[in-house]
Design a binder for this molecule. Structure first.
Ligand SMILES: Nc1ncnc2c1ncn2[C@@H]1O[C@H](COP(=O)(O)OP(=O)(O)OP(=O)(O)O)[C@@H](O)[C@H]1O
Length: 233
């Protein structure tokens, strides 16, 4: 059995007579430890797919399995546990708490988890050991994103879901973040899913999934993975 399995998943929004079909009969699978890039243009359904996978929204039909558990059938209580313990999230705009230091931002997430990595170790993993006492406003965008990645990693998640993680960063900083995510996924055997409209990121992925108008166009294993610092856009 694959690590992530989407089986005929559809998601409709709205209660009007003409609902928006954000995902339309989506089936695909991902193996454990893979670094995946989900590519699609604006409105294709990427965020919807990530929200369903992360247990932040419910499917209209179909099923989603993660590590053998049917996420799409969990009760609300179990979904909270799933989000809290099993999934790390990285967003485009970091979502750090402004009046907490870098270290505190990580601690507050780690405290909720069963098996966390301690906050100073997580900060070291992203190369920010000396910045723990800084507030988000005292850090650059790239540094804030590294704190957000450390916060996600501190949960020791099964799955790391990243929504346009380089979207708010300049080219070189964005590449640095991709390199970091790639290295961490290799070292910790974490399954990573990055959603992006940036096609150039695809060659560094183990698996490239393309989505268009709510449907999977292709799902391929990349046989010639290119290191993050060699990709260009
Ligand atoms: N809460 C909602 N209510 C109604 N329609 C929605 C809702 N969320 C998303 N949609 C619609 O579902 C479709 C897919 O949206 P989604 O946000 O998943 O796309 P996306 O690929 O992430 O796009 P982007 O790259 O612009 O963020 C779009 O047509 C969008 O307008």
């Amino acid at each position: 059995m694959a690590y992530i399995e989407f089986d005929h998943v559809s998601k409709l929004y709205g209660t009007s007579e003409v609902p928006v079909r954000a995902l339309n009969d989506v089936s695909f699978s991902v193996e454990k430890g893979e670094f995946c890039v989900l590519l699609g243009s604006s409105g294709a359904g990427k965020t919807t797919l990530l929200n369903l996978l992360g247990g932040m929204d419910a499917v209209t039909s179909g099923s989603i399995l993660v590590d053998g558990a049917e996420v799409s059938a969990l009760s609300d209580r179990r979904l909270v546990d799933y989000r809290r313990h099993d999934v790390g999230f990285v967003f485009q705009f970091y979502n750090l708490i402004p009046n907490l230091t870098a270290l505190e931002n990580i601690e507050i997430a780690a405290q909720l988890c069963k098996n966390p990595i301690d906050a100073p170790t997580a900060l070291s993993l992203v190369g920010l050991k000396d910045r723990g006492g800084h507030f988000p406003a005292q850090l650059s965008g790239g540094e804030q994103q590294r704190v957000a990645i450390a916060r996600a990693l501190a949960k020791n998640p099964k799955l790391l879901l990243c929504d346009e993680p380089t979207g708010a960063l300049d080219y070189e900083t964005g590449k640095g973040i991709l390199k970091l995510l790639h290295r961490l996924s290799r070292e910790h055997h974490t399954t990573v899913m990055i959603i992006t409209h940036n096609q150039a990121i695809a060659p560094m992925a183990d698996r490239i999934i393309r989505i268009r108008s709510g449907r999977i166009q292709s799902n391929e294993r990349n046989k010639a993975v290119i290191p993050a610092d060699q990709i260009e856009w």
